[in-house]
Design a protein around this ligand. Sequence first.
Ligand SMILES: Cc1ncc(COP(=O)(O)O)c(C=O)c1O
Length: 417
Amino acid sequence: MPDHAPTLVTASASATATAPVPALAARAARTGSSPVRDILALTARPEVISFAGGLPAPELFDAEGISAAFRDVLAEAPRQALQYSTSEGDPALRAAVAARTTARGLPTGPDDLLVTTGSQQGLTLLATTLLEPGDVVLVEDPCYLAALQIFSLAGARVVAVPTDDEGLDPAALDEIAAREKPKLLYVIPTFQNPTGRTLSAERRAAVAEVAARRGLWIAEDDPYGELRFEGEPQRWLASFPGAEDRTVLLGSFSKVMAPGLRLGTLRAPAALRRACVIAKQAADLHTSTVDQAAAARYLADADLDAHLARVRDAYRERRDALLAGLPGALPEGSRWNRPAGGMFVWATLPAGYDATALLPEAVRHDVAYVPGAPFFAGRPDPASMRLSFVTHGPAEITEGLRRLRTALGAAVGREAA
Ligand SMILES: Cc1ncc(COP(=O)(O)O)c(C=O)c1O
């Protein structure tokens, strides 16, 4: 027997003996997916009329215009369009977004902007560059779910700030900021997800003043602001006195062009923006070169504002169909708002109803919504629900509400029996 034989046997024996792999990082283990996800997975069936999804209406995408933009950049400059590029983003795209931002009242140069892979990445970059584990982040209650996930992954302590029908309450914000010493306030001031609420100019001014006095950063997330159906546009929080030097404005192409492009922008004061560029290099080097080039080309060649006008008209009609049908669909004593834009209506069933418990019955009747409870960082309101009005046309919305009425009636009847 050669000398090394026993060693080989030992080696192969030890290779088959298994030890458990180490556990997930605590931040991954504690950040679960939403408990209603499994139920909502059932709503992919074509017969379901869904008020659940936060998806823009696909039939309204300007597929032709976007295809032409891709075709042109690939035909004319394939070597650049398919190559690696800079982390800051396509200069033509940044210039176009800067011009649009300036035109809407917030003076912005191309170098003030970083192109991100969706505004979701902008939020992740902010969490990476600003938050130590244990840092406090203030959020509206209820709040966009995936932002809560990002803050949880960063190990931040999320503290809920109360809201009313007009959004974040600045007096409560002041009190909580004094007590909790937060680093960051995350806010969606216009057509908020999930509530559809919009902060008034007075509240924006008050929020900016509190942030300046208490010394916090503001993340102003604005994916829905251009989907306004009526009324005057509100100024960005970033332009209010006190907020200018401490607000990070997150923009997105998802709701105005198409979410599959995965394009967003981050506008931030220079030092923070530079830190975000480094965090982005580490995350993905840069956002897709060809997607950025095509978006820039689209902005140069197509008429985004005309496209947006079509989307707004369709969404307004769908919102109106939902609002017209809700009184007949929800039990007496329910309340809901009338958003002036965006994608969502926030409804609250009478006390004692539990929207999460009622969802399976709704899905059995081929209609769906998102229960409101998971959106709360503080005490959830079990009777609340988010209704998206953009996925279906008015006739389907009316039929969906008929099913919802039957489903809620059936669930309540079953309980009474
Ligand atoms: C409030 C809010 N922020 C950010 C996002 C993410 O958008 P994006 O597609 O730009 O990553 C969404 C998506 O629905 C959202 O509702």
